[in-house]
Design a protein around this ligand. Structure first.
Ligand SMILES: [Zn+2]
Length: 360
């Protein structure tokens, strides 16, 4: 098998960068369209996109769920109007819809995340849902985004919980990368990890530990500081390249197991992933110092370390079994760990993750 690493073609991050969009994209086409969430149209563009609004770039307002019907609707508008660049602006679902539409229409896609809550923007994959909001499938695009543009002012003005959740998602990257390397498991590019991607995942982890708390405080005060800048890069670029080009393991499988219980649905992706990281630490018997460092980090910035912090106070044995059953199902990335995985081991690690969180 080959080694593979995927990257977005261009990554641009800066304060008020959204207003430079018309200039940045001018070489890629002449008829852009923005797929924007309702809040991007009503709040972000009027506050940060004065020049975009003046240029009168057409906007398709996203309907809130990345379903096949919504993808077909947006795609028809794109084709009927002969747009030649797709700009996807908003949260994860808006971005995923834009990526899929652009891929189907063979057009460049410019991704502009308005929150830093996951590491999905830079990747060449997107998730579709049923109209009820249940997970349907992961679609892989022919290329990674042509450009990812992150306006740090916009991120600084979004609620800090998004950034914290993004740090939870980013926290998983190095641990899952190590697991895949140990077991020679496949990454999300259907290949093996490279030195480049592995070092990026390590840099992601080091950046979180060094700047996480400072960035959280900056975000709470809605100011862009060097620490916030570094954490935005860690959440979106470093973790994005890291997860896709190194691979997933326990943390994301536990996340998928947790989503089986409706009580966890109001918690964000990165919050559940963070609890998955803690579970992985115990499952893999990481050294005490590493375990303490990660718990300390989670406590400091406000990521969950106990069941009650993800809606699972006084969890029953049946519910633990339900989580473990999904976590261990054969398509899950927990099997990228080097050891043989059983439901019993996962249940023990879940209990330990919570118990240590309560004691810590
Ligand atoms: Zn994730």
């Amino acid at each position: 098998m080959s080694q593979r690493a995927f990257f977005p073609s261009k990554y641009i991050q800066g304060a008020n960068i959204i207003n430079e969009l018309p200039d940045i994209i001018k070489d890629f086409g002449s008829k852009p369209v923005i797929i924007a969430s309702p809040s991007v149209k009503s709040k972000i563009l009027p506050s940060y996109g004065e020049i975009i609004l003046k240029k009168k770039i057409d906007i398709i307002v996203f309907n809130g769920e990345c379903t096949n019907t919504e993808i077909d609707r947006c795609l028809k508008i794109i084709n009927d109007n002969h747009y030649d660049i797709v700009i996807a602006m908003g949260g994860g679902k808006t971005i995923d819809t834009g990526k899929i539409c652009a891929d189907k229409a063979n057009l460049p896609v410019i991704v502009i995340p308005t929150i830093a809550s996951t590491d999905a923007p830079c990747s060449a994959c997107a998730v579709t849902y049923t109209k009820e909001g249940n997970f349907e499938s992961v679609l892989y695009q022919k290329t990674n985004p042509t450009m990812v543009i992150v306006d740090t002012k916009v991120i600084a003005n979004a609620p800090a919980r998004f950034l914290i959740s993004g740090m939870g998602d980013a926290l998983a990257t190095f641990f899952e990368a190590k697991s895949c390397l140990r077991s020679n498991a496949k990454n999300e590019c259907n290949g093996h990890s490279t030195l480049t991607a592995f070092q990026i995942s390590k840099l992601c982890y080091d950046t979180l530990l060094r700047y996480g708390l400072l960035a959280k405080i900056a975000n709470e005060n809605q100011i862009v500081t060097p620490a916030l800048n570094n954490i935005i890069e860690a959440n979106i670029l470093l973790s994005g390249i890291g997860f896709e080009s190194c691979g997933l393991a326990t943390a994301h499988a536990v996340h998928n197991g947790l989503t089986e219980l409706p009580e966890t649905h109001k918690y964000y992706h990165g919050e559940k992933v963070a609890f998955g990281v803690l579970t992985g630490l115990h499952l893999n018997s990481e050294d005490k110092q590493t375990i303490d460092t990660v718990y300390e980090f989670c406590k400091q910035i406000g990521l969950p370390t106990t069941f009650s912090e993800i809606g699972l106070k006084n969890i029953s044995k049946d519910k633990l079994l339900k989580i473990a059953t999904k976590t261990c199902s054969k398509e899950q990335s927990i099997h990228h760990e080097i050891t043989i995985i059983t439901k019993e081991k996962v249940i023990d690690a879940l209990i330990m993750a919570n118990a240590y969180g309560e004691k810590f």
